[in-house]
Design a protein. Structure first.
Length: 206
């Protein structure tokens, strides 16, 4: 899964289409304006695509990332619920389909967020805490690791469970990084031990 709906995601989408791979994208809809905007003023975190450019993501799985990418540790119960509900509703209006998944901004999950997700009957939610996939709680899916932090060939050969990778395309600073991502998807598509599926196909229904 790739987070935030960045301009660099458009290049990634081209790679996905050419390799026949799939992925999921976590998007906070109210952050996307009529023009491209800075992702985060704290540093070099790329640009967000415009609202019109979100149509390029339509062929892929979309996850709610809250409405405004709020830090859930810093808001109360009502604001948490509003961010989750509004984010999902706006994404469903944009893409014209049910949005089943969620991705915690900054990887942070709180009791209020978990309660709101359960109340809204969200199918799954992904953290940023690397760990083994577990069906114990679909709302606390821990990824295997970031796209650049694991030995993918070794993991594919030895793993017996699910593989979840995540990252941000602003991290792809040079051609070497892009070549690595292209090779990663080519490996996943062609390897006989790997089946690429959507999150909604991976988790158990409640």
């Amino acid at each position: 899964m790739w987070d935030d709906g960045l301009v660099e995601d458009l290049k990634l989408i081209d790679i996905l289409r050419k390799t026949g791979a799939t992925s999921a994208f976590a998007i906070s809809p109210s952050r996307h304006k009529t023009v491209r905007t800075v992702n985060d003023h704290r540093g070099n975190y790329g640009e967000l695509v415009s609202r019109a450019e979100l149509k390029e993501f339509a062929d892929f799985e979309i996850c709610n990332h809250t409405d405004t990418h709020v830090d859930l540790k810093k808001v109360g119960v009502e604001e948490t619920k509003r961010e989750i509900v509004e984010g999902r509703k706006r994404l469903e209006d944009i893409f014209g389909r049910e949005i089943k998944g969620f991705c915690y901004p900054y990887g942070v999950h709180t009791p209020a967020a978990l309660a709101a997700l359960r109340e809204e009957k969200v199918l799954y939610a992904r953290t940023t805490q690397s760990g083994h996939f577990s069906h114990q709680d679909n709302l606390l899916l821990h990824p295997t690791g970031r796209w650049n932090e694991i030995d993918l060939e070794k993991v594919v050969e030895t793993a017996s469970g699910r593989l979840i990778l995540w990252g941000h395309t602003y991290e792809l600073k040079n051609q070497q990084n892009w070549d690595k991502v292209r090779a990663m998807y080519s490996l996943l598509v062609q390897h006989p031990r790997v089946k690429l599926v959507k999150f909604s196909e991976m988790v158990r229904s409640p």
